[in-house]
Design a protein. Structure first.
Length: 127
């Protein structure tokens, strides 16, 4: 992922736009895209800053964490459910998620899905 452009360059572009130059002209002058000049200027007008926003990180876990009680209760009620079965049960109750999202949820909460000796042995393969 590319690194953000410097705050100094952002400030010069925003200052040029504030001084009366169009975003197109300021972008051409400083060698940045018009959309960047426009976004920086708008962000400066709205928030008073031109520093880059944080990059990376998790942007979706908060959506599934909002339903943590339901997910944990369902998984405790029926501990032998597969992730895709749990996903389907949650979808019936209006919670949309993926099996990989559920896997990351359980990993964050320290819950493993390993099958123990309670599992019936396979009859088709020697164990």
């Amino acid at each position: 992922m590319p690194s953000p452009l410097s705050v100094d360059l952002r400030e010069r572009v925003v200052a040029a736009v504030a001084a009366g130059a169009s975003c197109h002209r300021a972008a051409a002058r400083f060698g940045v895209s018009v959309s960047s000049a426009s976004r920086w200027s708008e962000r400066f007008r709205d928030q008073g800053q031109v520093a880059p926003k944080p990059m990376g990180g998790d942007h979706t876990s908060h959506a599934i964490e909002a339903h943590a009680a339901l997910i944990l209760a369902t998984s405790k009620q029926e501990p032998r459910l597969l992730l895709r079965e749990l996903r389907d049960r949650l979808a019936e109750q209006g919670v949309q998620t993926s099996t990989s999202g559920l896997s990351r949820f359980f990993q964050r909460h320290g819950i493993t899905w390993k099958r123990g000796r309670r599992m019936q042995l396979s009859r088709s393969v020697r164990t």
